[in-house]
Write a protein that binds this ligand. Structure first.
Ligand SMILES: Cc1cc2nc3c(=O)[nH]c(=O)nc-3n(C[C@H](O)[C@H](O)[C@H](O)COP(=O)(O)OP(=O)(O)OC[C@H]3O[C@@H](n4cnc5c(N)ncnc54)[C@H](O)[C@@H]3O)c2cc1C
Length: 274
């Protein structure tokens, strides 16, 4: 870790189109800055020109529609926790926001920054996979939507091209009878990056699982939706969790992560029977 922050430019354009133009020319988006400032100080960033997104209403707010809710990319963890529609219909997202960093990070850090930073252990990411989120992306060329499960292409790699921003997260609203479960496993309850995290939801009909979505963070190079395991559970077979490939690092060992991942899913499935 370096002990100083190198000189950098933070440009604050008045118009969204102007910002998109600067980004297309090679500047880097700056939202809450909670990841960026750490990386800048650590000497990990080559970029020295940042474009603030914070002033743009287009990237703000939580809006409820008949079939979905739209969460602007600049929505902070504090705002997510305070939103009634999130607490009632997407409780895992409120839980993940509550367990992300401390109060200062929750006031400043944004959901868009968490996704774009693309850490495999980020707390919102498995939740968004389990809720089958779609991302609304924008650049000078226009907008496009992509299912979040197709967003991460490798370790810290995403489908975002240079000049493109995440504008909003879209969460499809669900019928009733869904049970949700989020767990973050870290060295401490607060201020710890997860060793692994788990988000799953299942729809029950007369006590039977009729739909299930299972996702993990911290057990592969990207946040991971476990489609094969979902199929095994629906067919009533034993699950192998063949998709996960945890590594050993300074936070934990591969063996621990593997064992805990199996336990977390096993506990969730057992809980569905009660
Ligand atoms: C002390 C501390 C504790 C933390 N604890 C946790 C934790 O418990 N769990 C966790 O998951 N994370 C944690 N973090 C990481 C961080 O706070 C989150 O990832 C946060 O959500 C990042 O959002 P931001 O707005 O600050 O992003 P920024 O730092 O502004 O940006 C992060 C990256 O995303 C890009 N970016 C930002 N917004 C957009 C956008 N709309 N479109 C395209 N690209 C964009 C930036 O260019 C940059 O590459 C912690 C960080 C710190 C410093």
């Amino acid at each position: 870790m370096r002990g100083f922050v190198p000189a950098y430019d933070l440009v604050t354009p008045g118009h969204y189109e102007e910002a998109l133009g600067l980004l297309a020319a090679g500047a880097k988006p700056f939202a809450g800055g909670t990841d960026l400032m750490v990386r800048l100080e650590a000497g990990e960033l080559a970029e020295r020109c940042f474009v603030s997104l914070l002033q743009f209403e287009e990237l703000r707010g939580i809006d409820v529609f008949a079939d979905k809710i739209r969460i602007g990319a600049l929505t902070t963890y504090t705002e997510i926790q305070a939103a009634d529609c999130v607490r009632k219909e997407f409780p895992m997202l409120a839980a993940a926001a509550r367990e992300t960093g401390g109060v200062a990070i929750q006031n400043r850090g944004t959901i868009g920054g968490n996704i774009a930073n693309a850490s495999p252990a980020a707390d919102c990411c498995p939740v968004l996979l389990a809720y089958d989120a779609t991302l609304l992306l924008r650049s000078l060329a226009g907008t496009r939507q992509i299912r979040y499960q197709d967003f991460h292409t490798g370790y810290k790699q995403t489908v975002l091209f240079s000049g493109e921003v995440i504008e909003a997260v879209l969460l499809p609203r669900r019928e009733s009878n869904w049970r949700d479960h989020f767990r973050k496993v870290g060295a401490r309850r607060a201020q710890a990056i997860a060793k692994l995290n788990f988000a799953a939801c299942a729809q029950l009909h007369e006590g039977r699982i009729v739909a299930i979505r299972i996702a993990f963070g911290g057990v592969a190079a990207t946040p991971l939706r476990c489609l094969q395991t979902e199929q095994e559970v629906l067919e009533g077979s034993a699950f192998a969790l063949a998709e996960i490939h945890p590594i050993s690092d300074f936070r934990s060992t591969a063996e621990y992560r593997n064992c805990v991942a199996h336990n977390l899913l096993g506990d969730f499935l057992k809980g569905l029977k009660s």
